[in-house]
Design a binder for this molecule. Structure first.
Ligand code: GLC
Length: 736
């Protein structure tokens, strides 16, 4: 008898398991209204199901970009492509379930600790400040309920638009089912993006939830942070070291110690007596200053922000009407309810305290919100949602009071929104920079993100790749982790290895905790410093390429960091890899991720490739054993690409006049070069230049497809087959 294929047995087991599951599920007690709508979003057939329990009002989405104008049409019944089953099991518990094919991988869901494929585990979405990131860390700070189900046959997406607690069991029983438990008493929606390609699904999702605007060029540069540079002297010294040692850097970040007793909207008079002067002096050296702003407002009649906030009922209250008070850095503190529009406006106006002193960008931290001694206010395996009155505190929605847990996942989002809107109001034509730790679906409209308190461990270096890939696929293009690691102490080897990878993070910041050993690039002697200097120069050389990638993100939703399968969907080996990634279409990054190693296997997909550091062509379609020196750039360039490489600079202020070399890889190559002022929204008024670059049998040409920006004079070259040639002109017309 012929042997049944493996798939047969898997399918049979799956069918039995599904039948068993269906029988064992409690019955559906739902009463209310269900609506189905459909739309074609960026070419992807999308079905939205909205579930409105009796007595509840229509859901208010915090995720959808209202400016996107996606139109839906009502359907009479669920269409065939909507493969999701659901039921209301108890007064506050819902389940959603569907089947997963054996070959399907699960990606997305925002910030998850672990590898790229999320299948085989349960993932909790309930914003949490957890400073020990280990295998059982679930949840973390950000909650983005978008799942991408990926296989060689294509990708489909499921987006559950509800900021209430959710538990996504992605086949942990190995029976081929995905099960989501949602704890809520309110209406919710789910979007089903029908099977397409991975880039198409991400395009559709980001069309719906928004894309980040082009980052300010300075914010793409290197940022130096520390908890804390706690005196003016310390800040000036750091800036001076950078310039004296000629290590590129654009930003110094001030953590909580710039404040008086950690009180928001204050500056310590003792430690920062000439704060404005400090900021302007640093500005003259080409530095921007970013300050941390946490949500907790010290409960103290002496504190002006507290007094104002109390007067205008800005703070979250408990069910008996008293102020909710929790412990954070300033001690007993109250939390603004950023769900209220007037609170967001008030908070935005308060930010003027920093903005009027020349602060360039704002870092929102602790906005899960974190509360010392109560970081996990909901049981890890909760089956029911507590009553509103027992959800820590109440917030205020369009429908009136609401339990905090129902909307907890948007707390950080609303704070980042208030901050973003304030920056747009105060500096209407300046690209804002906001960094946030917590966020929900659509956070990319307001802020860049970093992944919180990692540690100076090789394990965290390694995991930063898959974790940032999942964040990127969840719509958040501008992301990074603390280079060098936040907690514990780094060492020379780890710091160099981290910079080898970190120069390719969209958000590139060195940050470290109070007790750790200093980890500025010069902290481990001249050899380490030299290696990092070189790596940071490469970061700045690549900034024109980064800028182009963000333009492409605006156009199509594509994040700069992508899994290999984004470009090589039919390559089964590429699909399995999450220790290397694509940075845009042209760079493959494959760094050393283990202590003591100097070699690693690097998989190059079909085609031919070139080591970023130079050398002859390398064949694709197989693994290579690659050796990396301590100052090597662990990346390969796709044969056929043209990269715009900027000349050496110390900060982005010098970039507009730095020479550009179009480095061509192979005999026939194509590229794109984008140019704008890197600072304003001029690009939305067509003030940019866009060039198509071609190399054809040694002949280079640059075709201007859009000419709207008068760029400062700079020199241009192209480089082909190891030689560099000057270009006469690149302004306005075609160039040969
Ligand atoms: C939190 C942040 C960290 C910051 C610290 C002090 O732990 O995640 O980045 O340095 O608070 O503000």
């Amino acid at each position: 008898m012929a042997k049944a294929p493996d798939n047969f047995w898997i399918a049979a087991r799956q069918a039995t398991a599904l039948t068993r599951l269906r029988k064992s599920r409690p019955k559906n007690i739902f009463k209310g209204q269900v609506q189905y709508d459909k739309s074609e979003i960026s070419g992807v057939s999308t079905v939205r199901m909205t579930v409105i329990p009796q007595g509840a009002s229509l859901p208010q989405s915090h995720a959808i970009d209202e400016t996107a104008n996606v139109n839906f049409t009502r359907l009479k019944k669920p269409p065939a492509l909507f493969a999701l089953n659901w039921q209301k099991e108890t007064e506050s518990r819902w389940t959603l379930h569907w089947s997963l094919d054996s070959a399907e991988q699960c990606w997305g869901l925002g910030e998850r600790y672990g590898g790229l494929n999320l299948r085989g585990r349960t993932h909790t979405l309930f914003a949490t400040d957890d400073d020990l990131h280990i295998e059982s860390s679930d949840p973390l700070y950000k909650c983005i309920p978008l799942l991408l189900v990926q296989s060689a046959g294509g990708t489909y997406g499921v987006f559950l638009d509800s900021p209430a607690p959710q538990f996504w069991d992605l086949d942990s029983e190995r029976n081929g089912t995905a099960n989501v438990r949602l704890l809520s008493r309110r209406a919710w929606s789910v979007y089903w993006f029908a099977r397409s390609t991975l880039p198409e699904i991400v395009a559709a999702y980001t069309k719906l939830t928004g894309r980040c605007s082009l980052p300010a060029r300075w914010s793409l540069g290197h940022q130096q942070s520390r908890w804390s540079y706690s005196t003016e002297r310390a800040v000036r010294d750091i800036a001076a070291e950078y310039r004296n040692r000629k290590i590129p850097c654009d930003t110094v970040v001030l953590d909580i110690d710039y404040m008086q007793d950690y009180r928001v909207f204050t500056v310590s008079q003792e430690r920062f007596p000439r704060f404005e002067r400090l900021v302007s002096d640093l500005g003259r050296l080409g530095f921007r200053v970013v300050t941390i702003v946490d949500p907790g407002v010290k409960r103290s009649a002496q504190d002006a922000t507290f007094r104002e906030g109390r007067r205008m009922a800005a703070f979250c209250t408990t069910s008996d009407g008293s102020l909710f008070v929790g412990q954070v850095w300033p001690g007993a503190s109250c939390l603004p309810d950023f769900m209220k529009r007037e609170v967001r406006v008030w908070w935005g106006d308060k930010l003027d305290f920093l903005l009027s002193r020349g602060i360039a960008g704002i870092w929102n931290d602790m906005n899960e919100p974190a509360l010392f001694g109560n970081q996990r206010p909901l049981k890890a395996n909760a089956q029911e949602l507590p009553e509103d009155a027992d959800q820590l505190f109440l917030q205020y929605d369009i429908d009136g009071e609401i339990g905090h847990f129902e909307v907890r996942n948007t707390y950080g989002q609303q704070m980042a929104r208030a901050t973003h809107e304030a920056l747009r109001k105060v500096r209407p034509d300046e690209r804002p920079f906001v960094l946030t730790r917590s966020g929900y679906a659509g956070i990319q409209r307001y802020a860049a993100v970093w992944l919180g308190d990692n540690k100076s461990w090789f394990e965290h270096l390694r995991l930063s790749i898959p974790m940032l890939l999942n964040v990127s696929l969840s719509g958040v293009a501008f992301c990074g982790v603390d280079i060098g690691g936040f907690g514990e102490s780094t060492d020379a080897e780890l710091l160099i290895r981290w910079y080898q990878l970190g120069i390719f993070y969209p958000f590139c910041r060195n940050h470290c905790a109070l007790n750790g050993r200093p980890q500025e690039p010069w902290s481990f002697g001249p050899a380490t410093e030299q290696a990092i200097r070189r790596l940071l120069h490469v970061r700045y050389q690549l900034l024109p390429y980064f800028e182009r990638l963000f333009v492409e993100h605006r156009e199509s939703g594509a994040p700069p960091m992508r899994p290999l399968a984004w470009h090589y969907p039919d390559d089964l080996t590429a699909r399995q890899l999450d220790d290397q990634f694509m940075l845009g279409p042209d760079l493959l990054v494959a760094p050393i991720l283990q202590r003591g190693k100097t070699r690693r296997p690097v998989y190059l997909p079909d085609g031919h490739w070139f080591k970023f550091d130079g050398g002859s062509q390398v064949a694709g379609g197989r693994f290579h054993d690659v050796e990396y020196e301590m100052d090597s750039v662990p990346a390969f360039v796709r044969g056929g690409a043209i990269l715009p490489i900027a000349g050496a600079v110390q900060h982005t202020g010098q970039l507009p006049t730095a020479p550009i070399t179009f480095r061509c890889y192979g005999n026939r190559a194509r590229g794109r070069y984008w140019q704008d002022d890197g600072a304003t929204f001029g690009y939305e008024r067509a003030e940019y230049n866009d060039w198509t670059l071609t190399l054809n049998r040694g002949r280079f040409s640059a075709k201007c497809v859009h000419n709207g920006f008068a760029s400062p004079a700079r020199r241009y070259f192209y480089e082909a087959a190891g030689h560099r040639y000057p270009l006469k002109n690149l302004a306005g017309s075609n160039t040969d």
